[in-house]
Design a protein around this ligand. Structure first.
Ligand SMILES: [Mn+2]
Length: 375
C-alpha cells in the first residue's frame, strides 16, 4: 500500500504581529508543527512513503537563511528515512519572484514541480506513482491545467495544485491566484489531488477524483480556528482513503460567552466567571461576550486582569445594557443622565444593524462616564 502525507500552507517565517508581545514564541510554533509532521513521516511505524507539500511552505519567496537551513535539516532526515519529498510553489513563496527560494538550487532532496508536463515518476512500495504539479505564474500560464491529462500508464496518478477550486462567496477573485473549477479536476481523472491555498480543511469529490485541502498547520488568525491537520492518504489500489491528523502546536479558538442568567454583579464577577470556566493558558482565544449585562464592561481592564489565563486573549463586547437595572432607574430621573439614557434608548429602538450597535456602544460609554462621575 502506498501512503503519503499531504500538507500545505505551513507559512514558515510568518510574523505573528497579531499576538502582541507573544509574537516570537508564536513564530516558533509554526516551525514546531512542521517538525511534528516530519517526525511523523520519519517514524518507521507510520510507513510513510512520501511527503507532499502543496504550496506556501514559506510565508515569503525569499526566506532568511536560518529558515532555509532549518528546512534543509528536515529534508536530510526525511532522505535518511527514505521519504520522498514533493512540493509545488504557492502564492507567498511564488515561483514568479526572481529571488524565489525554489529557484536557488537549495533545499536539496525536495522535488519541486514546475510543469504539469514533467511529472515526477517513482516506484513506491511496489507501485508506480506519478506526481504532477506546476508553478503558477500570474499573467503567464492561467490555462495550464485546461490542457492537462495524466500519462496513460498503469499506476497512481497524483496532482499537486496550489489554487482556488471554486471560490467561497467572501473571497475576491484575485489575479495572483490560480483558479480552477471542480469540473476541471473531474476531467483530469487523477486518483487524488493534493490542494493548497484555502486555509481550512476541505475535501471535494470531483467526479471520480478526490481533492483535499488540509488547511494551514497553525492558525494565523481567528478565521483559522480549531485543530489544524496534515492529511494521511492511503491508496488501496488506486483509491485514496484519507485520515486528517491534528498537528498544530497551539490552537486558535473563537468562543461566544452569554453573560445573561449568570449571577454577575460586578466586573470582578465577570472576570472570575471567565477565568473559572474558560481558562486556557496554552491557546489563542477570542471571547465574544454576549447577552444582557447589568453594567458596562471596560474591555481593556478585563483583558489585562485575565492576563495569565490565556496565551493571548482578544475580547469583543456584544453585550447590551439597554435592559439593565441602572439604565431603567436613570430613565425615570429628570436629570442630565436621565435625558441621556432616554434619548439613546429611543434612538436604539428605532435603529437597525450597525447604527444600532454604535448607539449601544454610545450608551455604554455614557453610562460608564456617569457612573465614574457619581458612583
Ligand atoms: Mn497560504
Amino acid at each position: 500500500m502506498v501512503r503519503i502525507v499531504h500538507i500545505a500552507d505551513v507559512h514558515l517565517g510568518y510574523q505573528c504581529k497579531n499576538v502582541g508581545d507573544k509574537s516570537t514564541g508564536r513564530e516558533q510554533d509554526f516551525l514546531h508543527s512542521f517538525q511534528h509532521v516530519v517526525d511523523y513521516c520519519c517514524d518507521p511505524a507510520n510507513h510513510v512513503d512520501a511527503l507532499v507539500i502543496a504550496g506556501d511552505l514559506f510565508d515569503m519567496a525569499d526566506p532568511p537563511s536560518s529558515l532555509v537551513g532549518f528546512v534543509q535539516r528536515t529534508l536530510s532526515s526525511l532522505r535518511q528515512h527514505g521519504i520522498l519529498v514533493v512540493a509545488v510553489p504557492g502564492t507567498h513563496d511564488a515561483y514568479g519572484y526572481k529571488s524565489c527560494v525554489y529557484r536557488k538550487g537549495q533545499l536539496e532532496g525536495m522535488h519541486i514541480l514546475t510543469s504539469f508536463n514533467e511529472p515526477l515518476i517513482r516506484e513506491v512500495s511496489g507501485e508506480k506513482v506519478f506526481f504532477y504539479g506546476a508553478a503558477y505564474i500570474p499573467g503567464g500560464n492561467e490555462t495550464l491545467f485546461e490542457s492537462f491529462s495524466p500519462f496513460q500508464e498503469e499506476g497512481i496518478h497524483i496532482g499537486i495544485i496550489h489554487g482556488s477550486v471554486g471560490l467561497p462567496a467572501h473571497w475576491e477573485r484575485r489575479g495572483q491566484d490560480f483558479q480552477l473549477e471542480e469540473h476541471d479536476i473531474a476531467r483530469s481523472h487523477l486518483d487524488y489531488v493534493a490542494l493548497g491555498h484555502f486555509h481550512n480543511f476541505k475535501q471535494i469529490q470531483c467526479g471520480t477524483t478526490l481533492a483535499v485541502y488540509p488547511g494551514s498547520l497553525e492558525g494565523r488568525d481567528f478565521s483559522e480556528s480549531g485543530e489544524r491537520y496534515m492529511v494521511v492518504v492511503d491508496f488501496r489500489g488506486k483509491t485514496p482513503h484519507i485520515t486528517p491528523i491534528a498537528v498544530n502546536t497551539r490552537t486558535v479558538k473563537a468562543i461566544d460567552i452569554n453573560l445573561e442568567n449568570q449571577p454577575l454583579e460586578s466586573v470582578s464577577d465577570v472576570i472570575d466567571h471567565i477565568a473559572r470556566n474558560y481558562r486556557d493558558p496554552a491557546s489563542i482565544v477570542s471571547l465574544n461576550l454576549q447577552g444582557r449585562c447589568q453594567f458596562p464592561l471596560d474591555l481593556e481592564y478585563v483583558r489585562q486582569a485575565l492576563g495569565d489565563s490565556f496565551f493571548y486573549l482578544q475580547l469583543k463586547d456584544s453585550t447590551t445594557i439597554v435592559d439593565s437595572t441602572i439604565v431603567s432607574s436613570w430613565k425615570e430621573e429628570r436629570t442630565i443622565r436621565g435625558m441621556y439614557v432616554t434619548t439613546l434608548l429611543r434612538k436604539i429602538a428605532q435603529a437597525q444593524g450597525e447604527e444600532k450597535a454604535i448607539l449601544e456602544e454610545a450608551l455604554k460609554i455614557g453610562v460608564a462616564s456617569f457612573m465614574e462621575a457619581s458612583p
